[in-house]
Each structure stands twice: as structure tokens, then as C-alpha cells.
Design a protein around this ligand. Structure first.
Ligand code: MGD
Ligand code: MGD
Ligand code: MO
Length: 825
């Protein structure tokens, strides 16, 4: 039975920006914070100043972050799992792990069941036809009571630590270097830096972003980083963590509020079509504990879910209709953006609304995107600007060579405001919800997004009321109790997300006491949510953001009473204003005292947990009781998962696979098994397989990235940005330039199986050829900000070149490693 209980921290910082100052070592790998997060990068400088922290950068290019680093190592794009698996091997074989942390706070002690196997690059349970896994055989061995068996000595050959040792022993420094192209001495030097934080008094933070996310095995790259951090005892501690540096100012808010096709708010998920009853739906989500005394906090799922349904459908969500469970669609597959454009190309999806989204610029295989849009009946764009998407039907010569008269799509452009022209909240990578205030009047006919969407909804509802339809109930019955129905206020929406009591909430322990909250009052936190229909909350993790005491997101007190960057009264962080997730792990399991006395985050004072942060641990977990301190309260195990028996599409332990397009014809880890060359569980559509190139025609690794001077495709509309970075360029190393007879400033043509772009060559020392499996592999660097709309020099889009394939778990496209050819134009 696969668990769908999601884990926090997958797409956020486990820690927060200011906490980076507490690190002893900063590893930037799979990101370029100095360039893409320059304001947050100041905390790296603080760590250097305050702690003599070291900065290590691993990137295919010598970046602006690398320029500030104490140590830099190059790597072939797309090979980070091999690198990190080699780090794991180094830590395990040199006994550089924080043993008591690993023993008590991870599942290293858990016994893996006898059916688990890993052979020839594939885990047990693989179905080659469906390209997916049945994870049944990855389960733990259970005792008679249904609890997972453990061996606290970690010597049992089937315990997770021993399984891991065997799995990663194959990643020797020689093998790592052959795959990644990182010279062995540089790889080992990075290992030494990392291993220096295995003591309980030194911590490393990992800062990553899209250099890890945007691969067909991106989720597993991030997981491998997390495994390194767990072995070192660096999760849940000040200055540690897995810190996903997120992109758009409110992209954290997007995932929090469940705007992905399979998500509900607060990391709940839609039912799948084999879950037709509420009971079945809960079974895999409200998971029971796998060890005695564990919280398994997702057992509260029904409280969060029923409160969401009450928020959306009010009196129409009743116990009798299972809280309107059947108003929600049950998904047969993921409807991610790649899927949507595939369906457009097949003629099965014929209307599309693009709100603050420019897929012609930002999604892979531009030809396929434009072909898809050309088959639509209608396209709506909601954007302050004209974009490549809103103009896709126009001929821009070589840059967008379409025949307008052949395109029948009706395009509606609805001009919207920008965040600075309205009140609202933005959620940053630290999980902080910060309120902001309107700073300017919107120009022309621009309307706030809320009003545009409300206008659409009210008209659609009116049509359903008048004409009925196949299933009008979810639309007709939706709660819409705003003062001005065509213009709900951001304040009203924020209060709705927080949630309120629908009846007086009596204290179950003593109903004669005054109610915990009176009917109609804003709730103080998600601890008050109930599954009997007496509470409503639009997003359970946001409960606490707007309480009876008012808007907590608007708080601006930057006092740091403990001197460790804990500003608890600045804005509000989910969950429960907790700033560092899993913070119970910052204490010694035997005493409940902090590993590092001067960084006192939380501690057991003999009676209860207190400290600078909101404790993330069972409130009565007394460290003197054996087994009591289990700070990973969201998992059924109560500990962090080194080995993931459920939840990952391509296996319980990360394994290196090649990118779908790579310069290697086989996976050096499994040269004989074609099935294990690229991620065996990644979904790829049939037609796109034929649009992949071979190393013979496209011998160079390409990767795409950002520049500080531009923000995606918007700022080519801004004169100053268009002046400082006027035109598409591509970066290549001196060696490759010489081989190809390309001089700095020449026009070059870069091509992939899917098309070509022309751009100015920038010949640089910052990119070098790497020795991969005995031969030199060159990298072509593609900054990603130009297109054919705006005032910068018109150009092609980099995504003309990228392949239409995504990560097996998230379907994030593989923008960061594919192959190209380059010639003088
Ligand atoms: N100025 C500016 N800032 C931005 C943005 C912007 O457009 N402009 N965009 C924002 C958004 S939406 C996002 S998501 C973030 C993205 O933030 P980042 O992910 O930091 O930005 P990128 O430049 O896309 O990629 C980062 C680095 O990954 C490296 N890289 C590529 N492939 C690999 C690989 O396989 N392994 C390793 N180790 N590294 C690799 C690239 O060389 C690059 O230096 O930035 C945000 N910040
Ligand atoms: N090759 C390659 N491709 C990539 C990436 C890469 O690294 N390499 N990175 C990917 C990443 S991480 C991202 S996030 C995407 C970005 O892809 P997109 O989100 O499609 O790109 P943006 O240019 O940020 O487009 C956002 C649009 O929102 C509009 N906008 C701004 N404020 C508002 C508002 O308040 N309301 C509305 N309605 N609109 C608003 C802007 O004008 C802009 O047109 O690109 C992805 N594509
Ligand atoms: Mo992004």
C-alpha cells in the first residue's frame, strides 16, 4: 500500500534565510544563489564573517557564487546523484557520520523486508511496459503487532544502514570521476569539507535550486542531498538543512495552496480514480504509526480535509455526503503542463487559460508548445504584459515562423495588475507569509487577478444556474460570501485560508469550560481543526496567519532575543510559526539538550519543550523515556527516511541514471542494461522519444540558467535591463571555441534534435572540458532571458532546444541537461 502522505520540506527551506548565518559550511550545488538569489546570499557572507564559515560550490560553470567560494569543483550537468552517492560512500566507509543522530533520528535501524532487491540498475517491482514500480517489495519487515522491526545496533545485514552501505559502495571515487567528470582530487577535497560537519558541533547547510530540480531524476538528486545531510546530523539544526531556494516571489505560496493538478491545499492531494470512497481516500493519507508512541501527524488528515471542504462548500458539505468528497475530481493521471501540451497536440484539450504564465518562453520544445496552442479553440492570457504566448500566432520571421492564417485559435488578452499594485501576501522560501501593501495604481484597463477570476467564476456559475449541466453542484454550491462578489478582497481571502469556528468549539476534556473558540471566530492554529464539520479552513498549514488577534503576516518586529537569527515576531511562518522544521533533532536524544549549547533552538527543561523556536516534537516527549524523542512527526516512523519504502517513483534509494539526452550511450553504472540508462520510471510521450538526439549528432552537454540582470522573460520589456543585457548569448570554453574555430563575439548556431537558435558566442575560462569516461566532454551554457516580444534585441527562445521530458515524480522539465551541437553561423 503506497503512502501518499506528503513530506514537508520537499519544496521549501527546512530552515530559513537568516539561519544560514549559523552554518559552518555552506554547500551550493544545483543552484547559483549569488546570481539568482543575491539578497538571500548575504546570509552566506554573514556566515563567513560571523563563523568563519567555508563556502563550497559544485557547478558545471564557474559561477558568481563560485567566485565567492573557498573551494570550487566542476561537474558534468545531470550527474549529481553519482557525485553525492560517492559522498555517501565516503562518509559511510570512513565512519564520518553522526552516529547517535543517525541511530535515533533516521530509519537507519529499520529492517528492510526480504523481498527488496536491487539488480542491474533496477529495483524490485519494475514493470517495463508501464515504466513504473510497484513499491510493495520495498516495505519494512513488520512484527506481529504490525510495527516495523528495528535493530538499534545497526548491524543486522537487512537494516537500512547496512543496505545503504552495500548500495553505495559501488560509487568509488574512480567511478564518480568517470561519470561526473569531476577530477578525483577535487571530488575528494569536497568530501573532506563535507565530512568535517559529521561532528555534533559543526553544521553544513545545502542551498540548491533548479540545478537539481530540472532533471529527469531531479527529485532523487534532492533526496541524495538530504541523505548526506541526515548522515551528518545536519537536518533540524541551526545552520543546517536542505534549503530549496525558490523562484518567483510567491511560488512557495503556489505549492502551499495546492495549485498543482494533483494537489489540494496544505500538501493534501486529490483522490486517485481507484479511491472511490472517503475511507479509501483516507487509508493511504492518514497513515498509522509504524513504531510505538509515534505521532504520525498525518493521522489528523481528516480534520484538515473536512475543514477544507467546509471552507469551500459550507452547508453543502455534510456528513451524509462525505463532506462533498465527490465534488472533487478523482485523477487518472497527472495533468501537469507537459501533459496539457501533449493533450493539446493530440487535439484532446481545446481551451487554455494562462495566468501569469508564458509557456512559449518557459516550456520545453517550443515547436511542440506553439503547435499545441495552434490547435486550441481559445486561449486566455491574464498578464500585465504582452508575452510570446499571447502573441504566438504572429509571424516574427525566423524567430517565430508561423503562418497566422492557418491558426484558428481565438486569443483573449486580459491585462492584470502586478503584485505592487495590490495588497496581499507573498510566501518566501523560508515559508514566511509576509503581507504587503499596494504601492501604485494599476495602469489603463488592468484589473487585479482576483477580480478577473471572480468575474469568470460569477459568469460561469450564472450559466450553470440557468442551464444546469452534467454536474453543476460543485460550482453552484461553492461558498462565495464576499462583500463585493465581483471583487473579493485579499484580506477576506487570507482570513478564509486561516479558517474559523463554525460552532462554539468546546474543550473535549472539559466541556464546561469556556469554548476554545466561539462560533465565527478566527482560529488560533490548526490544532483546533476538527473532522465533524465544526471548523472551516482553506489551507490548514496557514491556520494561525490571521487569528482573532489580527493579521500575523503584517508583523514587522525584527527582535532576535536569542541572537541566532530567530525573529519569531517578523511576519508568520507555516507551520505554527515554526522557523526550523524538525527542530527537535537539534537536541541530544538522551538529554533533550541542544547539540550546540550556544545555538539553543529548543530544549527539554525537565517538564516541557521550550526555546527560541516553536518545538517540532510531541509536547510530552520526555528524553529520559527510551524511544521518546522522534522529531520527524510527519512520518509514520517518527524518524527521517534514508530508505523510502514509499513515495518515490524510481526507487527507495537514489541511483544514478543518465539524462534522457547525454553524451554517453550507456549508464556506466549499468552498461549492459539499456532499461537502466535513463530514469526507468520517467514518463515520456511516444512522439517525444523520436525528438531526442544521439551523441553522434549532438555531442555537447547543454544547460540553461539565469542572469541577475534579467527576470525570466519580463525584464526584456524594461529599458535598463535591455541595455545591460541586450541580446542572447551562449557561453563556451576556450578549448571548444578553438576546436570549432569560434571567436569571442561570433554569431553561432546551436542546434538540438528539436530546432536551433542563433546567438552571440561568449568564449570564457569559466567553462572547461571535463574528462568523462576517458574522453573530453564540453558544456554549452545557455542563459535564458530573451525572446521575440519586448524591447531587448529580438531573438530565438532557448526552449526551442530543450527536450519534452520531466522528472518522474514532479514532471519538472529536464532543462538543465540535454545535448546540442554548435557551429559558427
Ligand atoms: N535575476 C534573477 N533571479 C532569479 C530568476 C531570474 O530569472 N532572474 N528566476 C527565479 C526563479 S523562478 C528560480 S526557480 C530561481 C532559480 O535559481 P537557480 O537554480 O540558482 O538558477 P539557475 O541559473 O537556473 O541554475 C543554477 C545553476 O545550476 C547550474 N547547473 C545546471 N545543471 C546542473 C547540474 O546538473 N548540477 C549542478 N550541480 N548544477 C547545475 C547552472 O550552471 C547554474 O549555475 O531563480 C530565481 N531568481
Ligand atoms: N530552459 C529553461 N527553461 C526554464 C527554466 C530554466 O532554467 N531553463 N526555468 C523554469 C522556471 S524555474 C520557471 S519559474 C519558469 C518561468 O516561466 P514563466 O512563469 O512562464 O515565466 P515568467 O516570465 O516569469 O512569466 C510570468 C508572467 O507573469 C506575469 N506577471 C507578473 N506579475 C503578475 C501578476 O500579478 N498577475 C499576473 N496575472 N501575471 C503577472 C509576467 O508579466 C510574466 O509574463 O521558466 C522555466 N523555464
Ligand atoms: Mo522558477
Amino acid at each position: 500500500m503506497a503512502s501518499l502522505a506528503p513530506t514537508f520540506g520537499r519544496g521549501a527551506m527546512t530552515n530559513h534565510w537568516q539561519d544560514i548565518q549559523n552554518a559552518d559550511l555552506v554547500l551550493i550545488m544545483g543552484g547559483n544563489a549569488a546570481e539568482a538569489h543575491p539578497c538571500g546570499f548575504k546570509w552566506v557572507i554573514e556566515a563567513k564573517k560571523q563563523n568563519k564559515a567555508r563556502l563550497v560550490v559544485v557547478d558545471p560553470r564557474f559561477t558568481r557564487s563560485a567566485a565567492m567560494a573557498d573551494y570550487y569543483a566542476p561537474i558534468r550537468a545531470g550527474s549529481d546523484i553519482a557525485f553525492l552517492a560517492g559522498v555517501i560512500n565516503f562518509l559511510l566507509s570512513n565512519d564520518k557520520i553522526q552516529t547517535e543522530y543517525v541511530r535515533n533520528y533516521t530509519n537507519a535501524t529499520f529492517i528492510v523486508g526480504p523481498d527488496y532487491k536491487f539488480e542491474d540498475g533496477l529495483f524490485s517491482g519494475y514493470n517495463a511496459e508501464k515504466r513504473n514500480y510497484d513499491p510493495k517489495s520495498w516495505a519494512y519487515a513488520l512484527d506481529e503487532a504490525g510495527m516495523a522491526k528495528v535493530d538499534m545496533t545497526m548491524q543486522d545485514p537487512q537494516c537500512v544502514l547496512q543496505v545503504m552501505k552495500r548500495h553505495y559502495a559501488r560509487y568509488t571515487p574512480e567511478m564518480v570521476s568517470r561519470i561526473t567528470g569531476t577530477p578525483q582530487d577535487k571530488f575528494l577535497k569536497v568530501c573532506e569539507y563535507i565530512a568535517s560537519t559529521s561532528t555534533s558541533t559543526r553544521t553544513m547547510t545545502i542551498m540548491y535550486a533548479l540545478g537539481w530540480t530540472q532533471h529527469s531524476q531531479g527529485s532523487q538528486m534532492i533526496r541524495t542531498g538530504a541523505l548526506v545531510q541526515l548522515l551528518l546530523g545536519n537536518i533540524g539544526v541551526p545552520g543546517g538543512g536542505m534549503n530549496a531556494l525558490r523562484g518567483h516571489s510567491n511560488i512557495q505560496g503556489l505549492t502551499d495552496l495546492g495549485l498543482l493538478s494533483n494537489s489540494l491545499t496544505g500538501y493534501m492531494s486529490l483522490a486517485r480514480d481507484n479511491e472511490q470512497t472517503l475511507e479509501d481516500y483516507y487509508k493511504t493519507r492518514a497513515v498509522k504509526p509504524l513504531r510505538p508512541n509515534q505521532m504520525s501527524y498525518w493521522q489528523n488528515y481528516p480534520k484538515f480535509f473536512v475543514s477544507l471542504q467546509k471552507s469551500w462548500w459550507g452547508n453543502a458539505a455534510t456528513a451524509e455526503n462525505d463532506w462533498a468528497f465527490h465534488y472533487l475530481p478523482k485523477i487518472d493521471k497527472l495533468y501537469d503542463v507537459l501533459q496539457a501540451f501533449e493533450l493539446m497536440n493530440q487535439g484532446k484539450l481545446n481551451g487554455y487559460i494562462c495566468q501569469g504564465f508564458n509557456p512559449v518562453g518557459s516550456f520545453p520544445d517550443k515547436k511542440k508548445i506553439v503547435d499545441g496552442l495552434s490547435k486550441l479553440k481559445f486561449l486566455v492570457t491574464i498578464d500585465p504584459l504582452q508575452t510570446e504566448t499571447s502573441e504566438f500566432w504572429r509571424n516574427f520571421g525566423e524567430f517565430n515562423d508561423v503562418k497566422t492564417t492557418d491558426i484558428q485559435t481565438t486569443v483573449f488578452r486580459l491585462p492584470s495588475t502586478c503584485f505592487a499594485e495590490e495588497d496581499g501576501s507573498l510566501t518566501n522560501s523560508s515559508r514566511w507569509l509576509q503581507w504587503h501593501w499596494k504601492g501604485a495604481q494599476p495602469p489603463g484597463e488592468a484589473m487585479p487577478d482576483i477580480d478577473i477570476v471572480a468575474g469568470l467564476f460569477n459568469r460561469i456559475r450564472a450559466a450553470y444556474v440557468k442551464d444546469g449541466g452534467a454536474f453543476p453542484d460543485p460550482i453552484v454550491n461553492l461558498t462565495w460570501a464576499y462583500k463585493i462578489p465581483h471583487a473579493p478582497s485579499p484580506q477576506e481571502l487570507a482570513m478564509e485560508y486561516n479558517g474559523r469556528a463554525l460552532t462554539d468549539l468546546l474543550d473535549p476534556k472539559d466541556p464546561s469550560k469556556p469554548p476554545l473558540a466561539k462560533a465565527g471566530e478566527q482560529l488560533a492554529g490548526f490544532g483546533l481543526l476538527r473532522d465533524d464539520g465544526s471548523t472551516a479552513s482553506g489551507c490548514w498549514i496557514y491556520a494561525g496567519a490571521w487569528t482573532q488577534a489580527g493579521n500575523q503576516m503584517a508583523r514587522r518586529d525584527n527582535a532576535d532575543p536569542y541572537g541566532i537569527g530567530m525573529v519569531q515576531n517578523w511576519a508568520w511562518a507555516w507551520p505554527a510559526n515554526r522557523r526550523i522544521l524538525y527542530n527537535g533533532a537539534s537536541t541530544d536524544p538522551k538529554t533533550g539538550k541542544p547539540w550546540i549549547a550556544r545555538r539553543n533552538l529548543v530544549a527539554w527543561n525537565g517538564k516541557q519543550w521550550t526555546g527560541a523556536d516553536v518545538p517540532d516534537i510531541r509536547p510530552d516527549a520526555n528524553p529520559t523515556d527510551a524511544d521518546a524523542v522522534r522529531p520527524f512527526i510527519m512520518t509514520a516512523e517518527g524518524v527521517a527516511r534514508l530508505f523510502a519504502p514509499t513515495g518515490m517513483a524510481e526507487g527507495p534509494l537514489p541511483e544514478h541514471y543518465e539524462p534522457f539526452e547525454s553524451p554517453l550511450v550507456n549508464n556506466l553504472m549499468h552498461p549492459k542494461n539499456e532499461k537502466a540508462r535513463a530514469n526507468p520510471a520517467a514518463r515520456i510521450f511516444k512522439g517525444d522519444l523520436e525528438r531526442l538526439g544521439t551523441p553522434k549528432d549532438f555531442p555537447y552537454v547543454a544547460t540553461s540558467y539565469r542572469l541577475t540582470e534579467h527576470f525570466h522573460y519580463w525584464t526584456k520589456n524594461v529599458r535598463t535591463s535591455a541595455i545591460i543585457q541586450p541580446q542572447q548569448f551562449v557561453e563556451i570554453g576556450e578549448e571548444l571555441a578553438k576546436e570549432k574555430g569560434i571567436a569571442n563575439g561570433d554569431m553561432v548556431k546551436v542546434s538540438s534534435k528539436r530546432g536551433y537558435i542563433k546567438a552571440v558566442a561568449l568564449v570564457t575560462k569559466r567553462i572547461v572540458g571535463l574528462q568523462v569516461d576517458g574522453r573530453t566532454v564540453h558544456t554549452v551554457g545557455l542563459p535564458n532571458h530573451w525572446g521575440f516580444v519586448g524591447i531587448a534585441k529580438p531573438g530565438y527562445l532557448v526552449n526551442t532546444l530543450t527536450p519534452f521530458v520531466g522528472d518522474a515524480n514532479t514532471q519538472t522539465p529536464e532543462y538543465k541537461s540535454f545535448t546540442v551541437n554548435i557551429e559558427k553561423a
